[in-house]
Design a protein around this ligand. Structure first.
Ligand SMILES: NC(=O)c1ccc[n+]([C@@H]2O[C@H](COP(=O)([O-])OP(=O)(O)OC[C@H]3O[C@@H](n4cnc5c(N)ncnc54)[C@H](O)[C@@H]3O)[C@@H](O)[C@H]2O)c1
Length: 314
């Protein structure tokens, strides 16, 4: 299969591309590297990989990427909540207008399937837990609003032009990828703890989140790309629900096992725009795509600690 990936230089994108190439697919990636970094992909098989530096809002860049591809995984976005709040105009431009441009280009280039990388952030404060795909979205922050707008745009192209899509709503993604992001709560705790600093928890720490490993996300995307008969479907992708306090304690105790020193946990005032309680019902993706996460949180935390220690020593 020939797959286009927008945002292929990013955390999830580069991990997905590495895995797609390993499975024998060929890939064309489009990324302006505002955040990601192509250098992790440059040593890969050049025959099956095309790395394009460009913007998803540019029709020529998109046409060069999507031409001759069977499917596009659209994950280029301003993916950080704070970055979106700091520059709302750019957030709407990239995440909403950029998604519209990708859909237009998909249509123009006869791409058969679009995988949209959405987020648990679209749910905001859920009406009921665990959250199912059909529950009404109430995003609490601009990032979530832009992701929901992207979903609605894809739905419109599906209804009006018959564009085939699969919408994947990721939980909190963590774990060592090809290029590893240190922005999420787990890697942040690991970095703080190994640097001898205390782990800072916002609010009382009883907020719950669903954490899912980047390798499991990559597998779910591949299933979304290849499974027949799932056009126009939305799936939650999660793995383990836990509180931020439990994550802090887990990271702290795992760091103690390797360094002999247990990092302290301190609390800061809560941040606005964050959901208190969240958990995912993932039965739909299990039943429809046969997807079951392979990574357990404890193993994922150990993996990040080992990775950080190895890379600090270099
Ligand atoms: N990481 C998570 O926990 C998580 C959770 C839910 C959803 N998601 C979604 O998954 C996708 C990938 O997330 P990620 O963690 O890999 O993020 P990331 O920021 O590492 O990757 C996004 C990539 O998009 C690129 N990009 C940004 N603007 C662009 C533009 N205008 N043109 C071309 N490229 C552009 C960036 O350079 C970056 O490489 C995003 O759409 C994000 O919203 C991520």
């Amino acid at each position: 299969m020939r797959v286009a990936v927008t945002g292929g230089a990013g955390y999830i994108g580069s991990t997905l591309i590495r895995n797609l190439l390993a499975e024998g697919h060929s890939v064309a990636s489009l990324d302006n590297q505002v955040k990601g970094d192509y250098s992790y992909l440059r040593n890969r098989d050049a025959k099956s990989l095309m790395l394009i530096e460009g913007d998803i809002r540019n029709a020529d860049d998109l046409d060069s990427t999507l031409k001759g591809t069977d499917a596009v995984v659209h994950m280029a976005a301003l993916s950080d909540l704070d970055v979106c709040n700091d520059d709302p105009e750019e957030a709407v431009s990239v995440n909403v207008y950029g998604t519209y441009k990708v859909l237009e280009a998909a249509e123009r280039n006869g791409v058969q399937r679009v995988i949209f990388c959405s987020s648990a952030a679209i749910y905001g404060v859920p009406s009921k837990l665990p959250v199912r795909e059909r529950y009404a979205p109430h995003p609490l922050n601009l990032y979530g609003v832009t992701k929901l707008a992207g979903e609605k745009l894809i739905d419109a192209y599906h209804m009006n032009c018959g564009l085939e899509f699969v919408n994947l709503r990721f939980g909190n993604v963590y774990g060592v990828g090809l290029y590893t992001s240190w922005g999420g709560v787990i890697p942040k705790f690991v970095a703080l703890g190994l640097d001898g600093k205390s782990l800072t928890v916002y609010g009382d720490g009883e907020a719950t989140r669903d954490f899912v490993h980047v390798e499991d996300i990559s597998r779910a995307i591949t299933l979304g790309l290849t499974k027949v008969g799932i056009r126009g479907e939305t799936f939650n992708i999660g793995s383990e629900t836990t509180t931020v306090n439990k994550i802090a304690n887990l990271v702290s105790s795992e760091i103690e096992k390797v360094t002999g020193r247990r990092p302290e946990i301190t609390h800061l005032p809560p941040r606005s725009g964050e959901t208190k309680e969240f958990s995912y019902d993932t039965s739909k993706i299990e039943k429809t795509l046969g997807f079951k996460p392979k990574w357990r949180l404890r193993d994922g935390v150990r993996q990040i600690i080992e990775f950080r220690l190895k890379n600090q020593k270099r």
